[in-house]
Design a protein around this ligand. Sequence first.
Ligand SMILES: NC(=O)c1ccc[n+]([C@@H]2O[C@H](COP(=O)([O-])OP(=O)(O)OC[C@H]3O[C@@H](n4cnc5c(N)ncnc54)[C@H](OP(=O)(O)O)[C@@H]3O)[C@@H](O)[C@H]2O)c1
Length: 319
Amino acid sequence: MTTMMALRAHARGGPEKLVYEAAPARAPGPGEALVAVHAAAITFAELTWDLTWTTRDGRDRTPVIPAHEMSGTVAELGPGGAATGLGVGDEVYGLVAFDHDGAAADYVAVPAAELAARPRSVSHTEAATLPLAALTAWQALVDHAALQAGDRVLVQGGAGGVGVYAVQIASILGADVTATGREGQQDYVRKLGAAAFVAVGAHGTADYRAAAPGGGFDVVIDTVGGAVLDACYDAVRPGGRLVTLAAPPSAQRAAALGIHAMFFVVTPDAAELARLAGLVDDGRLRPVVSQTFPLREGRQAFESAGLPHPPGKTVLLVR
Ligand SMILES: NC(=O)c1ccc[n+]([C@@H]2O[C@H](COP(=O)([O-])OP(=O)(O)OC[C@H]3O[C@@H](n4cnc5c(N)ncnc54)[C@H](OP(=O)(O)O)[C@@H]3O)[C@@H](O)[C@H]2O)c1
């Protein structure tokens, strides 16, 4: 087994547990591709997810490697991997399963069938911001909220990693989008396609009541959780859809109001990734890079979560 450089945590915890070190690079298994990672994006909250640390049946899987979306080049195919049509040298991007080692490393092994050709009109760094964040936004709006052109949509956290794509995709699909976020992010989020923007106020939530259509929004996407999710229920029109990403909604509250509320976890989908790559290459969907860090400074990348940063995703530069 060869070695590679990786960002790893040997015990559960926050960014302080992350170390940049040599780690084993495993050979691709049946149906897998080993991808030479060029860039990997992080999700600030991922160190709090159980699946980052344990298998699906609860067994400890430390040491772990974070960062579950990446763009890179196929370096090797495991047995049967070529059946997907992928070849060594192909430039691909993909979502790495949350209960597997992530892409904050020189190499990552991923089922070949879950990879798609990366958008070629943008850099690996930009492409790496899409497979988790944009796919989550797509699945929230299209697969779960069944968005229709003309729907009035509220995106809570419109400048965040998922939010910048929820705003753009909803707008591309013909929705009328209102977004919330920090004061200084208004101009940027409007350029992404939000018709209205409501800034977070002194109480830590955005008061979007004045921007809400009579009767409420058709669709609300909550990427924030907590008090923000609490306020979302009343923003949805009766019969409308609330999709939550940070925490599951209250089924009782939703039933009492006559709204459809749902939580889901994004799943790999090569066909949807190909569709997103097409939107990027057509110039309709803009990848949004908030900030970049070299892989060896991955700990600082996670530590930047609480600091002011531009909209979009934080990316680790690997090659
Ligand atoms: N279920 C799934 O499949 C799935 C997939 C991806 C992500 N997630 C979850 O979704 C959540 C968002 O992920 P992300 O990567 O988009 O995180 P993120 O980049 O941190 O985005 C969250 C955004 O919300 C903003 N925000 C914070 N408080 C707010 C408020 N009161 N009103 C409006 N905006 C506010 C944040 O601003 P500041 O940065 O200035 O605080 C940030 O721009 C996380 O909990 C993550 O675990 C779930």
